[in-house]
Ligand binder design. Sequence first.
Ligand SMILES: Cc1ncc(COP(=O)(O)O)c(C=O)c1O
Length: 354
Amino acid sequence: MATDFIIEKTTNSRLASVDFSNIQFGHTFADHMLECDYADGKWGAIHIKPYGKLLLSPATTALHYGQSIFEGQKAYRLANGEAAIFRPKMNWERFNKSAKRMCMPEIPQDIFVEGMRKLVGIDKDWISPSKGGSLYIRPFMFATDEYVGIRPSEHYKFIIFCSPVNAYYNDPVKVKIEQHYVRASEGGVGEAKNAGNYGASLYPASLGQAQGYRQLLWTDGKEHKWIEESGTMNVFFVIGDKVITPNLDGSILDGVTRNSVITLLKDKGITVEERRISVDEVVEASRNNTLKDMFGAGTAATIAPIVAIGYNDGELVLPPMETREISTWLLDTLNGIRYGTKEDKFGWMIPALN
Ligand SMILES: Cc1ncc(COP(=O)(O)O)c(C=O)c1O
């Protein structure tokens, strides 16, 4: 059964005023958004309407008690001219995991995936045509009870809006191993994509940035011994002929890019180990020159090779870019699939709806 949408198209498109070669990440918004409200135990009608501001009560519970979750994914313009979204079902499944952990209602696939396909179909001309360009998609949900007091809200708002973007990092990335602050801990909410995780990371990240590090490399909350993930990326290390990435232990995000990287590497016959990896192991591999590559993997950055890792008062310097065979191959392969120039053998690109 086709999903029903109530569609109100803008009569005042802003598209012609956008210079796609000159957009800053996350600052420009496409013409339309999708909105759907939850009340009386069920989701209501799905509206697609002009992008615009929200009117909220000061007592909106999400603003006070943090029931707020989001996703981030991208649509691309394929070589054949079609618009397609990268693995939207995985984001939908993760969104519902986050919802469950934050005591929020799950959302049907119809609203999340089909709604996104419809929205992107309507705003497909907002996919940035620049090299490395795409349309970043931001689905999110927050509690809308007008109430002061701590309990799960009974009302929620789900919204999807889109933002044309170009490449995220233009220069090589340095990360710093965090040895004091904690992003997430065992039994906490690290694997949920809830707003509070990001709010809590801002202060420690700002300290790292003041020292010249773009992102922190988080370690476990108990001992600061085990590597977890970076700001908005999962991380991979190439040590000898193996690729190692921290296992999903409940405190790191189950990244869609991470999953795609593992799938592509295994398909190429490369050994991938999902396991605990200690700071000591990385330091040791760097010292004995077996640390060949390290990269972050995430929707915004795609594959971001790391040039240096700050640790204690020193820095582990990674091998030069021209030797980074694995990260270069991954970026090339993922881009090929996303822009439709390489075979999409896993069926990852899902077309937008007209
Ligand atoms: C904390 C964190 N880890 C990892 C990732 C990478 O996940 P994905 O590949 O699904 O974008 C993100 C970005 O969503 C993130 O916010």
